[in-house]
Write a protein that binds this ligand. Structure first.
Ligand SMILES: Cc1ncc(COP(=O)(O)O)c(C=O)c1O
Length: 293
């Protein structure tokens, strides 16, 4: 089945999608990206994702190459053209990337008169692994050695890649990052900690990505009157948590049941995770039927 991608105004088979080796995304990691899930062919929280894309582009001082309506049209085309590759539920995720484009000379400062490279794909979202609901995942803690602009969704992900690999080397599925004694986020996820039955997550700052899934979970908590707090989370609180979850657009809400090889709470996915996952599942159903965005 053909994987059709979007590159600089055209839809084409992925094998034919090529960019020049002078692209600043390739040479400097000079670009930003987004990941947007779509359930039953309908995009989840499109306006939130486009707003975050705009603030990432502002953060790297690059003009948005497309209007919101043009982006939406690209995504809908990709979802449709790749429909056959998705399962019967038609759950796909859009990946989009904008780089500063190819520049004739390799120079750190911004080149003049370059055209950004715009690339987007649609890929099937695999069904949630049933093991996760029964066993959860393992995570390890690591010192957050990234830069101070983690609120920009930059393609420059080497630190995240190295930290995720260190987790994988210890048979863990995520690295939870600690900076100055506080829990910040995962290498590719936000983090929730449950203490005394209250969901806690760090407040937004330049040190973390403002996750769309994080915001949706908080919104669901408000709607269903579940207690939550946005507050600093000292490492000691993390280690004494009843439950820990990570959230992201493609992984949704995942229970962490082992932290640095020690059990989290009872060592199995917790009751609040079950409740929140059910709310999230209902929300996705509403998205599928066009009753939520
Ligand atoms: C570093 C980081 N934090 C948080 C997230 C979660 O963001 P979202 O829920 O918008 O996918 C991601 C997602 O890739 C991420 O890379």
């Amino acid at each position: 089945m053909q994987n059709t991608v979007y590159l600089n105004g055209s839809f084409l088979p992925i094998e034919d999608a090529c960019i020049p080796v002078t692209d600043r995304g390739f040479l400097f990691g000079d670009g930003v990206y987004e990941v947007i899930p779509a359930y039953g062919g309908r995009l989840l929280r499109l306006s939130h994702h486009l707003q975050r894309l705009q603030s990432s582009l502002d953060g790297i001082r690059l003009a948005n190459p497309l209007s919101d309506a043009a982006w939406e049209e690209v995504f809908l085309q990709l979802l449709q053209r790749n429909r056959e590759r998705a399962g019967p539920e038609n759950d796909q995720s859009i990946y989009l990337q904008v780089t500063r484009g190819p520049a004739p000379k390799r120079d750190h400062s911004f080149p003049e008169h370059v055209t950004p490279t715009v690339y987007a794909t649609a890929n099937p979202i695999p069904a949630v692994d049933p093991e996760i609901a029964t066993r959860g995942i393992a995570a390890v803690t690591l010192e957050d050695i990234r830069w101070q602009w983690c609120d920009i969704k930059a393609i420059t992900l080497l630190a995240n890649v190295l930290m995720r690999q260190r987790a994988a080397d210890q048979d863990a599925a995520e690295a939870l990052l600690i900076r100055d004694g506080l829990m910040i986020e995962g290498s590719s996820s936000n983090v929730f900690v449950i203490r005394d039955g209250v969901m806690q997550t760090p407040p937004k700052s330049q040190l973390m990505l403002p996750g769309i899934t994080r915001d949706l979970v908080l919104e669901l908590a408000r709607a269903h009157k579940l207690p939550y707090r946005e507050c600093d989370i000292p490492e000691a609180t993390l280690r004494d948590a009843e439950e820990i979850w990570i959230t992201s657009s493609t992984r949704e809400i995942v229970p962490v049941t082992r932290l640095d090889a020690a059990p989290v709470g009872a060592g199995v996915p917790g009751p609040l995770w079950q409740v929140m996952t059910e709310h999230y599942r209902h929300y996705k159903t509403a998205v599928r039927s066009g009753n939520a965005g």
